[in-house]
Design a protein around this ligand. Sequence first.
Ligand code: COA
Length: 185
Amino acid sequence: MNDHVIRPIRADEWEKVRDLRIEALKDPAAPIAFLETVAQAESRDDAFWKDRAEGAATGPVVRQFVAEDPEGDWVGSVTVLVERAGAEDLLEGEITHDQGHLVGVYVRPEHRGTGLTEALFAAALDWCWGLAEPRLERVRLFVHEDNGRAQAFYQRAGFAFAGTVVPVPGGDGAMELELSVPRPE
Ligand SMILES: CC(C)(COP(=O)(O)OP(=O)(O)OC[C@H]1O[C@@H](n2cnc3c(N)ncnc32)[C@H](O)[C@@H]1OP(=O)(O)O)[C@@H](O)C(=O)NCCC(=O)NCCS
């Protein structure tokens, strides 16, 4: 892990953003980890990925962090969405806090359990707590009820059940659990 760099993406790295996303969607855990299919991601044009990378590199409300190995390969990623209280939320109605929302959490299988996921989360949370405006009250995420490995990691990282349970959009009755970690004092 020590030879990996954790950093935000740059705006011109859209091809790597695309390739890592499609790789994540091919992971055996993808059906309980992500709300998108390989076919959907592969159908998006270059402009979509360029926009996504630009927004996640320089925009005020999205930041994508990646773990990069010494050869320059990306082996893990987490994206922060900054959400404002009162805004509309596709999953649960109205957003209730100024908060960070972590999405797109993925680490290559050979790097799981190595501390790399902790390093990615530390970078994402540091960025959240460092934002001056809005000052974020908490960071949250949603995890599928059957994704035991992700749940175990999130709990070790300080996330606890936040009380909200929502059906997986387009799912078969399965549920997503909201977990959150409060702003440190
Ligand atoms: C989720 C993910 C980022 C977690 O990172 P990780 O490096 O694997 O996490 P760690 O190995 O450090 O921690 C996972 C914990 O789950 C435990 N675990 C492993 N398999 C498990 C399983 N099937 N059920 C429950 N717990 C499991 C591990 O022993 C470890 O426990 P510990 O905290 O007591 O040590 C990574 O597994 C991943 O990319 N998974 C595929 C994509 C995904 O599910 N993303 C999350 C979407 S919400």
